[in-house]
Design a protein around this ligand. Structure first.
Ligand code: SF4
Length: 305
């Protein structure tokens, strides 16, 4: 049966002939939205300990994180090849020398086929792109830009510290390096956003024909400004059914070739305040499929190019 959206697992199967798994690492970078350069508070939803396993446990050498990740994924899932995901904080926010030293760690392992670098759209320039581009000789390379929404009002409210124009500029710069693939991160259910606003983000990202996108529902993580707002009744989260409606409509406006790298959230129970339904990841994925099927929706159905 034809897939109703372009799953990352399908992309990996098509692209590589072996079982490829992605390993998230914390390479010890900081973030300008936390160190005072942009702000000290960070994005209102941010607690990297809730995002990534390697940020939860005490700092360990990058090489060890990669080795343990590979060993675990080999034993548990039969993984044969790996993409190393520089996930925690802003992974282009350091000197060129430091960036090269951290990225070069992947060269010590023969089974790595790709690197994926998570960053902010205001933390990229030609020199950093040249460095990242140099890895495309030997690896599949993804640059993952945190965007969350195209709406400036929301970006200001969630204290992103960058604009949508910053994102467009980052994509334009990256596009000049043809081998680097671009993935955008989006949150559905941000405070104050209507369905129309969410779908405007989808249409814009469809227009940009990005290689990848990660979507997740807004969720409240402990130790964040969002948790304070939530506990004071100043903001809400979506019900599962509302998310299903929004995410399935969102997919319809995307370019059919955009790989959906994520469509639900990952957060350990001890860090999660709300909504608890995000813990049932398998069920959410099933329900998205069911909704798409029952309503004859599919990725790209309303894409206008
Ligand atoms: S840019 Fe990323 S790491 Fe920095 S505060 Fe926002 S979510 Fe956190």
């Amino acid at each position: 049966m034809q897939e109703r959206y372009y799953k990352f697992s399908s992309y990996l199967k098509r692209r590589f002939s072996q079982k490829v798994h992605k390993i998230s690492v914390d390479a010890g970078f900081s973030c300008p939205n936390r160190d005072g350069t942009k702000s000290k508070e960070g994005c209102i939803f941010c607690n990297n300990r809730g995002f990534s396993l390697n940020s939860r446990i005490s700092p360990r050498p990058l090489e060890l994180q990669i080795k343990e990740g590979m060993d675990f994924n080999r034993a548990r899932f039969g993984a044969e090849r790996f993409i190393i995901y520089f996930q925690a904080y802003t992974n282009t926010y350091a000197s060129l020398g430091t960036l090269k030293e951290r990225y070069d760690t992947v060269k010590r392992f023969k089974d790595i086929v790709g690197i994926s670098i998570g960053t902010r759209p205001d933390c990229i320039d030609e020199d950093i792109l040249s460095l990242i581009d140099s890895y495309t000789e030997d690896y599949e390379v993804w640059l993952e830009y945190g965007l969350q929404t195209i709406h400036e009002k929301t970006l200001a409210f969630i204290n992103r510290g960058h604009t949508y124009q910053d994102f467009l500029r980052a994509v334009e710069l990256t596009r000049k390096r043809e081998k680097i693939k671009v993935c955008a991160h989006v949150i559905i259910g941000l405070p104050g956003e209507s369905m129309e606003m969410v779908l405007e983000t989808a249409k814009e990202l469809g227009r940009l024909k990005l290689e990848g996108i990660k979507i997740h529902p807004l969720h409240v993580i402990r130790g964040t400004r969002l948790e304070e707002m939530f506990s004071q009744g100043l903001t809400e989260t979506l019900e599962l059914d509302e998310y299903l409606e929004l995410v399935t409509r969102f997919l319809e406006y995307l370019w059919p070739e955009t790989v959906i790298q994520r469509i639900s959230a990952n957060c350990p129970r001890e860090f999660l305040v709300d909504p608890l339904w995000i813990l049932q990841k398998g069920r959410i994925l099933e329900k998205i499929e069911e909704r798409l099927l029952s309503e004859s929706k599919f990725q790209g159905r309303l894409w206008v190019g």
